[in-house]
Write a protein of this length. Structure first.
Length: 542
């Protein structure tokens, strides 16, 4: 098996696939590969293609310019919506504290916010040492070879293995068994079997019992999942590459992210709203301009006061047809292949469309370029549905609507969200006047508010998370038209208003502003339901 390359094996007659247990394969001395499917790799490849076509710059993973200060400035400010691995709330809360300025800082960032280092008590000591608040020392000189490069704090699996060798006298084979034990399904039980060997080995080398026990607890903590350094290095490369593309080519990067959904933490609605805040123009679906998936159009000068907006003009993003309700990719491909169309009736004659698909296109405003309002297009959809090939143009009865009032801005937002899940105007913008009267602060205004201020904030709930290590605290992310707001919901507040906390699409939150090391949170004291137009799904407790 080990002598046959994959290409040769794939072409061999009579080949078969065998399901062998990975641990048995390792015990037999066979090489084991874990094959990961990463959507970000596809998104970056498409980003590079779009940048080549629209910016005349040929980039690839190995040619992305390194050490760009603007990229690290963006990362330090946790402006990372869509960036690989560092877009979660926990990562965004760590980036301003860690303040990455070079590649190895990203390696550490990727490895730090993992169950292993968290449960092993490595996160806060590392961040304190990083800031110079405590000395970067090792509890015993024997630990320095393994831990000196991470300020005396273990972050990687390889460091645990080296600690076992240097401090407890493990042989390389024993250290590899420890690695296997840390990654096994019943890891705590398997590591427990090695406890006496670890403690006895450290005692023989003069390591105090309390220090030895602490080393063991950190190893045990890594059974909750800790990264190998090689894995963290690879992921950090994707962190930097995706951050570089977001910083300098946000239109191409966002279009590629939306093309590769579902992936990451954020919905297309949030990804596109973030692109708009960075100065990218996002255009609605158009029957003659839209392809199957989002595309880029002519470059437009960036008009944005965002600190990390790109300097050069960015192409406009045109939304794709496949994102429309009731359409499906196959029908979207048929529509795109038949462009251009002379009108709505021409489309209905040439492409077989269900009534639901035609109504969704009308609701999305896909026929605006024909001079049809959404209501007029919806009227015509009822008459044209099922027309199909062969029907003469202009003879469909009832296709012309009587005079109808245009949709209001709120109705258009409702229509956008229903038809595509992406609104041209953020739902929170429609209630901003009322929120201003209540004294609620937007995300942008919150950034200039002094620490320890009682505040009122509001937004769509994009995420709810309750990590096992957080002692019952629930973390929520709210989104308004200006950005994201982090809400920390203490256990007593969450339990008192549990139904509201887990069900409300949008919330009005009273709380105390807490700011430390560039990270801003609102500690909630009261939650209230906020009526907003449309329905936007949140990602809860993942």
């Amino acid at each position: 098996v080990g002598e046959v390359c994959p290409v040769e094996w794939a072409t061999m007659p009579g080949r078969s696939v065998l399901q062998w247990d990975k641990d048995d394969c390792a015990a037999a001395g066979l090489v084991k590969f874990d094959l990961l499917g990463l959507g970000m790799l596809s998104a970056l490849r498409e980003t590079f293609d779009l940048v080549r076509d629209h910016h005349a710059r040929d980039l690839a993973l190995h040619t992305v310019p390194p050490d760009d200060p603007a990229v690290y400035d963006m990362l330090c400010d946790a402006d990372t919506v869509g960036v690989f691995q560092v877009e979660s709330r926990a990562q965004m809360a760590t980036l301003p504290r860690l303040k990455p300025r070079e590649f190895y800082d990203l390696v550490v960032e990727v490895a730090l916010i993992r169950p292993g280092p968290i449960q092993g008590g490595s996160v806060h000591p590392y961040l304190r040492r990083r800031k110079g608040l405590e000395p970067a020392t090792c509890p015993h000189p024997l630990m320095e070879p393994a831990l000196s490069r991470t300020l005396g704090v273990p972050l990687f699996q390889e460091q645990m293995m080296q600690l076992a060798v240097d401090c407890a006298g493990f042989t390389p084979a024993e250290a590899d068994r420890l690695r296997q034990a840390m990654g096994a399904k019943r890891a705590p039980e398997r590591v427990e079997r090695l406890k006496r060997r670890l403690l006895d080995g450290m005692a023989e080398r003069g390591i105090p019992a309390d220090v030895a026990e602490d080393v063991y607890e950190k190893i045990l903590g890594f059974t909750g999942f800790g990264f190998p350094e090689s894995h963290a290095q690879s992921f950090a490369h994707l962190v930097y590459a995706s951050a570089y593309m977001k910083r300098h080519y946000p239109a191409a990067f966002t279009a590629a992210l939306v093309r590769n959904q579902p992936m990451g933490f954020y919905s297309p609605q949030t990804l596109l709203a973030d692109a708009r805040r960075h100065g990218v123009v996002v255009r609605n679906v158009d029957i003659n301009a839209s392809d199957v998936h989002p595309t880029l159009e002519e470059p437009i000068p960036v008009e944005s006061d965002h600190p990390h907006a790109p300097a050069e003009p960015q192409p406009a993003i045109r939304l794709g047809l496949a994102g429309i309700r009731n359409l499906g990719e196959e029908t979207a491909e048929a529509i795109a292949a038949g462009r251009p169309y002379t009108g709505m009736e021409d489309l209905a004659r040439r492409v077989p469309l269900s009534a639901g698909a035609l109504e969704a296109l009308a609701t999305a405003g896909a026929f605006d370029s024909f001079g049809l309002s959404r209501r007029e297009a919806l009227w015509a959809a009822g008459a044209l549905a099922g027309s199909g090939p062969g029907r003469l143009e202009g003879v469909t009865p009832g296709a012309s609507a009587p005079p109808l009032p245009a949709m209001t801005p709120i109705e258009e937002t409702l229509a956008d969200l229903w038809a595509t899940g992406v609104s041209h105007v953020h739902p929170m913008a429609h209630v901003r006047g009322t929120l201003d009267e209540l004294g609620a602060l937007s995300s942008r205004r919150l950034a200039a508010t002094p620490d320890e201020t009682n505040v009122l904030v509001a937004g769509l709930v994009t995420h709810r998370q309750r990590p096992p290590t957080a002692g019952g605290v629930v973390f929520m992310t709210l989104e308004d038209e200006t950005g994201l707001i982090n809400v920390v919901c203490p256990p007593q507040v969450f339990e008192r208003q549990r139904g509201l906390a887990v069900d409300a699409q949008a919330l009005l939150v009273s709380g105390r502003l807490e700011r430390a090391d560039g990270v801003t949170n609102v500690r909630a004291t009261r939650l209230r339901r906020l009526p907003v137009p449309g329905r936007v799904k949140s990602r809860d407790f993942h």
